[in-house]
Every structure is written in C-alpha cells, then in structure tokens.
Write a protein that binds this ligand. Structure first.
Ligand code: PAF
Length: 307
C-alpha cells in the first residue's frame, strides 16, 4: 500500500464526516490515513465488516471487537453491500438498507467509526471495465455455498481483503452463522499474510431459535414460522448424535424429510463436516459441524451449528 509521508497523524481524523453522531469515512484514503494514524499512536483497531441493515447479531460482533481492543482501542464497522458477491440472479438490488437505523445502533453500541465506501471507491475503474483484480481461495470454497453460489466467495474474499487494506485492523470479527465464510476468510488472511487475527463470534438467535440475519426481513409471517425448520434441523441432529455416532447419509435424509414438512421450504443443501478443514464426514458425531441452506419462499437462509 503506497501512502505518502506525513499521512500518519491522528489529527487526520479530520478527514471524517460525522453522520448521525458517528464518525464516518467515505473514501479509502481517509479511512487508511486515519487507521494508520491510530496504529502509529498505539491504538488497536477492531473491525466488523457488514452489509448494513444491522441487527443484534452484528452488534454482538461489535461488542466482541470492543472486548478485544479495549476501551482505548478503536472499533470500526463497515457498511458496504458488495456487488461482486451477488450473482446476477440474486438479491443485490433489493438487499435491505436502513442507514438511519444502522447509525442509531452504531451510536448506541459505541462504534468509533463507520466506513461507508461507494462502489467507485471500492472498485475503482469498474464502470469503465478497468477493474481486474480478484482474490480467490481455492480449497475451502469448493463445497456448500461454493456449489450453490459459484461466484460468491470470490466476491467475499476480494472485498474483505480490500476492506482489511482500508481499515488496517488488528482483529476482525465475523459471525459463526456464516461458518464457511469465516473459515475462508481466516485461510485467506493466513495465506496472504494479513497481520491480523480473525475472530468468529457465536450466532445470535431470536428467542424461538431463528438465526438473526438481515434477510429475515424478506419473510412473511407464515414463512417466518416455517423458517424455524433450519434451527429445528440442527437441534434434531444434535439430539441424534447425543445418542452416538450416526451416518451422515441417514441424517441428511432425516433433515430432508423434516424440511419437506414445511410447504414453503425447499432444502438447498445440508452438510456435515470438520469444523476447521470443512472436510465432509461420513460418520457424524459430537463436535462435527453441520450447515444447511433452505429456501423459504424466495428467501434463501443458511444456518449451522456444532453438534
Ligand atoms: O457476511 C457479510 O455480511 C459479508 O459477506 C461481508 C463479510 C461483509 C463481505 O461483504
């Protein structure tokens, strides 16, 4: 990263604008200069990348970032709906947005700064066809989400690498709901020598078990109740393996049967795998990781858990 001399001054916070009471950086240069200044002043930076439409799941990641960097550290949350991780058939155009609410939550939770870049800032030259650099993880992306959404992880690893270069965090916090994403990002960070720690924080759930997700807002009331089949599938598998190891094939059939009992739901995939290597397993036991993706109406939801 080429930064001109003289950029490393904490006072360069002045490049921020304040939106609804929260310091906001809209350009890559302003974010980088300030982050560099913080680092040079010995302040630790905790980072929570998001696509906005924040909920308590995101806020729990902010709390974890704060815990990691302490009261004197800086917690940065980015809000950027990243176009390159959506296929043309997916929900980029209608992805939910509510910046006013996002800012209220950030202020309440004591986020020090929001990074709110534009598409032009994140993908310079893309509109003119010039942008041509992507980051690809080739192993952990092969199964599950990588099969159902073949271009998704290339977009995720590219944008997260770019966000890391903008925010320069010491720690970055991701949610366990997107278990495969977190594993891919951790791998990418190691492989590309990013000097930071990737933390995976537990999934936050609604009181009835539904994993918190911005996409839950798409669900009508009947779909919302049928969406519980995801967490119920995990609970059913957890009960099954509590009695002893079980063949993955049997559990997959049982999950498929359970999902079929909800007319609005259609199983995309269910997988049982090693939590770190993501290697699928034939025999499922306590400690195996489980993930599933289910369409509920037109909304695709994912969930996972340690059995
Ligand atoms: O999990 C998400 O919200 C996104 O995939 C992320 C990590 C912010 C990258 O756009």
């Amino acid at each position: 990263m080429a930064l001109a001399a003289g950029f490393c001054d904490v006072s360069l916070d002045a490049t921020a604008v304040t939106v609804n009471g929260v310091k906001t950086f809209k350009t890559v240069a302003a974010m980088q200069r300030t982050a560099l200044g913080w680092r040079q002043a010995g302040l630790r930076i905790g980072f929570v990348p998001t696509m906005g439409f924040l909920h308590d799941g995101h806020m729990s990641l902010v709390r974890e970032a704060r815990r990691r960097v302490g009261a004197t550290g800086r917690v940065v949350l980015s809000i950027y709906v990243n176009p390159t991780q959506f296929a043309p058939t997916e929900d980029l155009a209608k992805y939910p947005r509510d910046l006013k609410r996002d800012y209220a939550l950030c202020r309440e939770e004591g986020v020090d700064a929001v990074f709110l870049p534009s598409d032009a800032a994140m993908y310079p030259g893309k509109a003119g066809g010039l942008y041509s650099t992507y980051v690809v993880e080739e192993r952990l992306t092969q199964g599950m989400e990588g099969v159902s959404r073949p271009t998704h992880f290339r977009g995720v690893t590219t944008v997260v690498a770019k966000l890391f270069n903008c925010v320069l965090p010491d720690v970055a916090v991701f949610g366990a709901k997107d278990w495969q994403q977190a594993a891919v990002i951790r791998r990418m960070s190691t492989d590309l020598n990013f000097p930071l720690k990737v933390i995976v924080a537990p999934t936050r759930r609604e009181p009835d078990g539904l994993a918190m997700s911005s996409r839950n807002t798409y669900l009508g009331p009947e779909e919302r109740s049928q969406a519980l089949v995801l967490s119920e599938s995990i609970a059913a598998c957890r009960r099954a393996v509590a009695k002893g190891p079980a063949p993955a094939a049997d559990l997959k059939k049982a999950v498929a049967r359970l999902v079929k009992t909800r007319p609005a739901a259609r199983l995309d995939y269910v997988e049982f795998f090693h939590p770190e290597t993501l290697e699928p397993t034939r025999e499922v036991r306590r400690g195996t990781q489980m993930a599933l993706a289910v369409f509920v109406g037109k909304t695709r939801l994912i969930d996972n858990g340690r059995l």
